[in-house]
Unconditional design. Structure first.
Length: 206
């Protein structure tokens, strides 16, 4: 079974407050006499499921076209933290469930998939992030809008991951995905010089 864990992007899909929302229109329509239907879109790359690039948090760090594809393909573990309180989350990285974990995906339940931008969500503490990276984690994905808290100005989790050579997926749709091991395919679109790239993300059986 293939789990499509990408947010459906359409007019009204919640953007980060103050960011550019998704909009679309038609440049040509067959029913208006054109030979083809031709559409166009405007959006922030952070609307819907996306990969942040290191440039998002620091000038002259790698941009969207430099995201390493290998980080976004391979074994992943979906962890259910729906009952966790909002704010920093401490996890026992020695838990046997995480053995060999390279890509950790958090199902928080605070998702934009239902059409509402959440007020808050749980995030990994910096100490937990460092411990996971020391154990081989190279990507953290979340179903909420950010790996950092909504009010964060320092984006400490982003910076910690990028400084350690790990990467970020945000706005996944994990509502129908049980906790467990999967194979992740989440290739970022090859866009030049941006701070993020849209992703079509799926999970396959391991």
């Amino acid at each position: 079974m293939i789990h499509d864990i990408s947010i459906l992007v359409q007019p009204g899909t919640p953007e980060w407050p103050g960011d550019v929302p998704f909009s679309c229109g038609w440049s040509a329509r067959i029913d208006e006499g054109a030979s083809i239907n031709l559409s166009h879109v405007e959006r922030s790359p952070h609307v819907g499921t996306h990969a942040d690039a290191p440039l998002h948090v620091r000038d002259r760090w790698p941009a969207s076209h430099e995201l390493p594809l290998a980080r976004f393909v391979g074994p992943a573990f979906v962890l259910d933290v729906v009952r966790a309180p909002d704010g920093p989350l401490e996890l026992d990285v020695d838990d046997p469930r995480f053995s060999g974990c390279e890509r950790l995906l958090l199902r928080t339940g605070r998702t934009i998939a239902d059409g509402v931008f959440p007020a808050s969500w749980p995030v990994l503490s910096r100490e937990t992030v460092l411990a996971f990276m020391a154990n081989g984690v190279t990507l953290v994905g979340v179903d909420c809008p950010s790996v950092d808290e909504r009010a964060s100005k320092t984006l400490e989790v982003h910076r910690t991951l990028f400084e350690g050579g790990a990467y970020v997926l945000e706005n996944l749709d994990l509502r129908s995905v049980p906790e467990g091991r999967y194979e992740l395919i989440a290739l970022p679109q090859r866009l030049y010089g941006l701070d993020a790239a849209p992703v079509r993300a799926v999970l396959l059986p391991p």
